[in-house]
Write a protein that binds this ligand. Structure first.
Ligand SMILES: *[C@@H]1O[C@H](CO)[C@@H](O)[C@H](O)[C@H]1NC(C)=O
Length: 182
Protein backbone atom coordinates (compact mmCIF):
# COMPACT_ATOMS: atom_id res chain seq x y z
CA UNK A 1 0.00 0.00 0.00
CA UNK A 2 2.73 2.40 1.01
CA UNK A 3 4.73 1.56 -2.08
CA UNK A 4 1.72 2.08 -4.33
CA UNK A 5 1.05 5.48 -2.79
CA UNK A 6 4.67 6.50 -3.27
CA UNK A 7 4.53 5.39 -6.88
CA UNK A 8 1.30 7.31 -7.45
CA UNK A 9 2.83 10.47 -6.00
CA UNK A 10 5.96 10.04 -8.07
CA UNK A 11 3.82 9.66 -11.17
CA UNK A 12 1.82 12.83 -10.44
CA UNK A 13 5.03 14.77 -9.86
CA UNK A 14 6.56 13.41 -13.05
CA UNK A 15 3.52 14.32 -15.14
CA UNK A 16 3.41 17.78 -13.54
CA UNK A 17 7.00 18.57 -14.41
CA UNK A 18 6.56 16.93 -17.78
CA UNK A 19 3.81 19.37 -18.83
CA UNK A 20 5.94 22.28 -17.60
CA UNK A 21 8.90 20.98 -19.47
CA UNK A 22 6.83 20.25 -22.52
CA UNK A 23 5.70 23.84 -23.08
CA UNK A 24 8.76 25.61 -21.74
CA UNK A 25 9.92 28.90 -23.21
CA UNK A 26 7.01 30.08 -25.26
CA UNK A 27 6.16 33.35 -26.86
CA UNK A 28 6.92 35.59 -23.83
CA UNK A 29 10.42 34.40 -23.18
CA UNK A 30 11.33 34.06 -26.83
CA UNK A 31 13.22 36.75 -28.70
CA UNK A 32 11.10 36.84 -31.86
CA UNK A 33 13.47 39.22 -33.60
CA UNK A 34 16.21 36.66 -33.16
CA UNK A 35 13.93 33.81 -34.13
CA UNK A 36 12.83 35.48 -37.36
CA UNK A 37 14.39 34.87 -40.76
CA UNK A 38 14.91 31.89 -43.02
CA UNK A 39 14.76 28.30 -41.73
CA UNK A 40 15.09 24.93 -43.38
CA UNK A 41 12.53 22.31 -42.35
CA UNK A 42 14.77 19.31 -41.73
CA UNK A 43 12.19 16.88 -40.38
CA UNK A 44 8.44 16.66 -39.98
CA UNK A 45 5.94 14.51 -38.12
CA UNK A 46 2.30 15.09 -39.00
CA UNK A 47 -1.03 13.33 -38.67
CA UNK A 48 -2.40 15.07 -41.79
CA UNK A 49 -3.13 12.16 -44.12
CA UNK A 50 -1.41 12.48 -47.47
CA UNK A 51 0.48 15.66 -46.61
CA UNK A 52 3.85 14.05 -47.26
CA UNK A 53 4.55 13.03 -50.84
CA UNK A 54 6.00 9.63 -51.71
CA UNK A 55 9.65 9.07 -50.79
CA UNK A 56 11.10 10.03 -54.18
CA UNK A 57 9.32 13.43 -54.12
CA UNK A 58 10.42 14.45 -50.63
CA UNK A 59 12.68 17.48 -50.19
CA UNK A 60 13.69 19.88 -47.46
CA UNK A 61 10.95 22.35 -46.57
CA UNK A 62 11.51 25.94 -45.51
CA UNK A 63 9.94 28.64 -43.42
CA UNK A 64 10.42 32.38 -43.23
CA UNK A 65 9.29 33.99 -39.98
CA UNK A 66 8.95 37.75 -39.72
CA UNK A 67 7.82 39.94 -36.86
CA UNK A 68 5.04 41.86 -38.55
CA UNK A 69 3.69 44.26 -35.98
CA UNK A 70 3.43 44.19 -32.20
CA UNK A 71 2.09 40.77 -31.38
CA UNK A 72 1.94 39.61 -35.00
CA UNK A 73 4.02 37.16 -36.96
CA UNK A 74 4.11 36.63 -40.70
CA UNK A 75 4.94 33.01 -41.45
CA UNK A 76 5.67 31.51 -44.87
CA UNK A 77 6.09 27.78 -45.32
CA UNK A 78 7.29 26.01 -48.47
CA UNK A 79 6.92 22.28 -48.79
CA UNK A 80 7.32 19.72 -51.53
CA UNK A 81 4.01 17.99 -52.27
CA UNK A 82 3.28 15.20 -54.73
CA UNK A 83 2.72 17.51 -57.71
CA UNK A 84 4.93 20.49 -56.99
CA UNK A 85 6.55 22.73 -54.43
CA UNK A 86 3.83 24.65 -52.60
CA UNK A 87 3.99 27.63 -50.30
CA UNK A 88 1.59 29.16 -47.80
CA UNK A 89 1.67 32.51 -46.07
CA UNK A 90 -0.27 33.46 -42.97
CA UNK A 91 -0.31 36.26 -40.41
CA UNK A 92 -0.57 35.02 -36.86
CA UNK A 93 -1.67 36.98 -33.84
CA UNK A 94 -0.56 36.45 -30.31
CA UNK A 95 -3.31 35.17 -28.08
CA UNK A 96 -3.97 37.61 -25.21
CA UNK A 97 -4.30 34.96 -22.55
CA UNK A 98 -2.10 32.13 -23.77
CA UNK A 99 1.47 32.36 -25.03
CA UNK A 100 0.49 31.10 -28.48
CA UNK A 101 0.32 32.60 -31.96
CA UNK A 102 -2.69 31.71 -34.09
CA UNK A 103 -5.08 32.63 -36.89
CA UNK A 104 -8.14 30.49 -36.43
CA UNK A 105 -9.88 31.95 -39.52
CA UNK A 106 -7.02 30.59 -41.63
CA UNK A 107 -7.06 27.29 -39.76
CA UNK A 108 -3.96 27.84 -37.65
CA UNK A 109 -4.99 26.98 -34.11
CA UNK A 110 -1.55 27.22 -32.59
CA UNK A 111 2.07 27.89 -33.52
CA UNK A 112 4.24 26.99 -30.53
CA UNK A 113 8.00 27.17 -30.39
CA UNK A 114 8.68 24.27 -28.02
CA UNK A 115 12.39 24.91 -27.89
CA UNK A 116 15.10 26.79 -29.71
CA UNK A 117 18.62 28.11 -29.39
CA UNK A 118 18.04 30.25 -32.53
CA UNK A 119 20.16 27.91 -34.65
CA UNK A 120 17.51 25.21 -34.50
CA UNK A 121 13.84 25.29 -33.54
CA UNK A 122 11.22 22.76 -32.63
CA UNK A 123 7.73 23.89 -33.68
CA UNK A 124 4.43 22.38 -32.68
CA UNK A 125 1.75 23.36 -35.15
CA UNK A 126 -1.95 22.70 -34.66
CA UNK A 127 -4.06 23.12 -37.78
CA UNK A 128 -7.78 22.73 -38.33
CA UNK A 129 -11.23 24.22 -38.07
CA UNK A 130 -13.82 23.86 -35.33
CA UNK A 131 -13.74 20.31 -33.99
CA UNK A 132 -11.06 19.08 -36.38
CA UNK A 133 -7.49 19.38 -35.25
CA UNK A 134 -4.27 18.11 -36.76
CA UNK A 135 -0.93 18.11 -35.06
CA UNK A 136 2.45 18.53 -36.68
CA UNK A 137 5.94 18.79 -35.33
CA UNK A 138 8.62 20.57 -37.36
CA UNK A 139 12.35 20.58 -36.84
CA UNK A 140 13.88 23.79 -38.18
CA UNK A 141 17.51 24.61 -38.72
CA UNK A 142 19.33 27.62 -40.13
CA UNK A 143 21.50 25.16 -42.06
CA UNK A 144 20.49 22.28 -44.33
CA UNK A 145 21.59 19.78 -41.66
CA UNK A 146 20.73 19.30 -38.01
CA UNK A 147 22.70 18.30 -34.96
CA UNK A 148 22.26 14.86 -33.45
CA UNK A 149 20.87 16.39 -30.24
CA UNK A 150 18.16 18.39 -31.97
CA UNK A 151 17.16 15.36 -34.04
CA UNK A 152 17.00 13.41 -30.81
CA UNK A 153 14.74 16.05 -29.27
CA UNK A 154 12.53 15.98 -32.37
CA UNK A 155 12.16 12.20 -32.18
CA UNK A 156 11.51 12.21 -28.41
CA UNK A 157 8.90 14.95 -28.77
CA UNK A 158 7.17 13.18 -31.66
CA UNK A 159 6.87 10.18 -29.38
CA UNK A 160 5.27 12.30 -26.65
CA UNK A 161 2.84 13.69 -29.24
CA UNK A 162 2.14 10.17 -30.51
CA UNK A 163 3.51 11.07 -33.92
CA UNK A 164 6.60 8.88 -33.88
CA UNK A 165 5.28 6.60 -36.63
CA UNK A 166 4.84 9.64 -38.87
CA UNK A 167 8.24 11.18 -38.15
CA UNK A 168 10.24 11.71 -41.33
CA UNK A 169 13.70 13.17 -41.85
CA UNK A 170 13.66 14.91 -45.21
CA UNK A 171 16.25 14.34 -47.97
CA UNK A 172 18.77 17.17 -48.40
CA UNK A 173 17.37 18.61 -51.62
CA UNK A 174 16.99 22.36 -51.19
CA UNK A 175 15.30 23.12 -54.53
CA UNK A 176 11.87 23.69 -52.98
CA UNK A 177 13.18 25.39 -49.83
CA UNK A 178 15.12 27.98 -51.83
CA UNK A 179 11.99 29.20 -53.62
CA UNK A 180 11.20 31.33 -50.54
CA UNK A 181 14.71 32.60 -49.78
CA UNK A 182 14.26 36.25 -48.76
C1 LIG B 1 24.16 22.40 -47.63
O1 LIG B 1 24.69 23.69 -47.35
C2 LIG B 1 26.06 23.81 -47.64
C3 LIG B 1 26.55 25.15 -47.11
O2 LIG B 1 25.55 26.12 -47.12
C4 LIG B 1 26.28 23.63 -49.13
O3 LIG B 1 27.63 23.75 -49.46
C5 LIG B 1 25.76 22.25 -49.55
O4 LIG B 1 25.85 22.09 -50.92
C6 LIG B 1 24.32 22.07 -49.10
N1 LIG B 1 23.93 20.69 -49.35
C7 LIG B 1 22.86 20.37 -50.09
C8 LIG B 1 22.67 18.91 -50.30
O5 LIG B 1 22.11 21.19 -50.56
Amino acid sequence: MKLELALAIALVLAVGSWTQEFFPKEAHALNWGKFSGFWYIIAIATDIQGFLPTKDKRKLGASVVKVHRMGQLRVVIAFSRSQRCQSWEVTLRKNKKKPVFRNTLKGVKAFHVLSTDYSYGLIYLRLGHAGISHKSLLLLNRQNVSSFLSLREFLDTSEILQLSKQAVILPKDASCAHTILP
